[in-house]
Design a protein around this ligand. Structure first.
Ligand SMILES: Nc1ncnc2c1ncn2[C@@H]1O[C@H](COP(=O)(O)OP(=O)(O)OP(=O)(O)O)[C@@H](O)[C@H]1O
Ligand SMILES: [Mg+2]
Length: 261
C-alpha cells in the first residue's frame, strides 16, 4: 500500500510579476494513514503554503504531491477537513448553520447532521451558542466553532493551520487534549501546523521541522511518548529533551547566544 500522503521534491514559487517569491524550495515526506504529524518552522517559511497545496487550493510549481493513492479510498471533496489560521465563519449565519456548510457543499441532508453539530459544539464548550452569530462570540470561541465545522463530515484527513494560535493558554491545552481524544477515537490523519514547540511535541507522532524561507526539510523527529498523552508529561525529562532538540533545530540557541553577547 502506498503512503496516505506522498510529498516528493515539492517546490512552490508564487508568481508576483517581479521574478516571483520562492516560498518552498524542496520538501519531501510521507505520511501513513492515521498518523498525527505536526509541522514547525520560522514565520513566513511556507507552512501555510504547504497546507494549501495539500488541500488543493494551490498547485505545486514542481514535484509530486499525492493524497490517497493506491490502496486508500479517498475523495478530496468529502475526505478533507481544513482549519485555517482565521476562523472564516460566515457572519450572516448562525454558528450551527456555519457548521453545516460542508454538509451543504457535499449535497448531504443538513437535518441529519444537526445532532452531530450540537455534539461537536458541546465537545468544545460551545453548547448554548448554536443559534448565535459569529460576532456574538470571542475570537477563540469562533476558532473552536471552525474546528467543529472541519470535523462535521467526519473527514479522513484533517489539515490544521495554527488552529489554536488565538486561544488563551488554558483553552489551548484543553483543545490539545480534546483533539487527541477525537484523533484516538476516529483515527484521522492529521497535519497540524503550529509555532508552539510544546504543542508540536505533545500532539505528534512525528514533527516535521522546516527551515526559514524558502522552506526545506530541516528534520523529521519521531515522538515516542506513550499515549494518551497527559498534560503532566510536559514536565518530564523526555518531553523536555524533544523540545530542546526542536529549539536547537530552529536556531534559538544561536539567537540566545547572540542576544546575551
Ligand atoms: N499569494 C501569495 N503571493 C505571493 N507571495 C505569497 C503568497 N502567499 C504567501 N506568500 C509568500 O510566501 C512565503 C510563505 O508564506 P506562508 O504563508 O506559507 O508562510 P507561513 O510559514 O505560513 O508563515 P506564518 O508562520 O507567519 O503563518 C512568504 O514569504 C509570503 O510572503
Ligand atoms: Mg501561516
Amino acid at each position: 500500500m502506498q503512503p496516505f500522503i506522498h510529498v516528493r521534491d515539492v517546490q512552490k514559487r508564487y508568481d508576483t510579476g517581479d521574478g516571483g517569491v520562492l516560498a518552498i524550495a524542496k520538501v519531501s515526506f510521507d505520511v501513513a494513514a492515521g498518523e498525527f504529524v505536526t509541522v514547525v518552522g520560522p514565520s513566513g517559511c511556507g507552512k501555510s503554503t504547504l497546507l494549501k497545496m495539500m488541500c488543493g487550493l494551490i498547485e505545486p510549481t514542481s514535484g509530486e504531491l499525492v493524497i490517497g493513492g493506491a490502496g486508500h479510498e479517498f475523495r478530496p471533496g468529502h475526505d478533507i477537513g481544513m482549519v485555517f489560521q482565521q476562523p472564516l465563519l460566515l457572519k450572516w449565519r448562525t454558528i450551527e448553520d456555519n457548521l453545516l456548510l460542508p454538509v451543504e457543499f457535499l449535497g448531504e441532508r443538513r437535518e441529519s447532521f444537526r445532532p452531530r453539530a450540537r455534539a461537536l459544539l458541546k465537545l468544545v464548550g460551545l453548547d448554548g451558542f448554536e443559534g448565535k452569530h459569529p460576532y456574538e462570540l470571542s475570537g477563540g470561541m469562533q476558532q473552536r466553532a471552525s474546528i467543529c465545522r472541519a470535523l462535521i463530515h467526519s473527514p479522513k484527513l484533517l489539515l490544521m493551520d495554527e488552529p489554536f494560535g488565538a486561544l488563551d493558554a488554558l483553552t489551548r491545552e484543553r483543545m490539545n487534549l480534546e483533539l487527541q481524544r477525537v484523533w484516538m477515537e476516529e483515527r484521522k490523519t492529521v497535519i497540524f501546523i503550529t509555532h508552539d514547540i510544546q504543542e508540536a511535541v505533545f500532539l505528534a507522532d512525528r514533527v516535521i521541522v522546516l527551515t526559514a524561507r524558502p522552506a526545506e526539510m530541516a528534520a523529521a523527529i519521531d515522538i515516542e511518548l506513550p499515549r494518551p498523552r497527559r498534560l503532566a508529561m510536559k514536565t518530564t525529562p523526555e518531553f523536555g529533551a524533544y523540545c530542546r532538540r526542536l529549539y536547537d533545530l530552529l536556531g534559538f540557541q544561536e539567537e540566545e547566544a547572540a542576544a546575551s553577547a
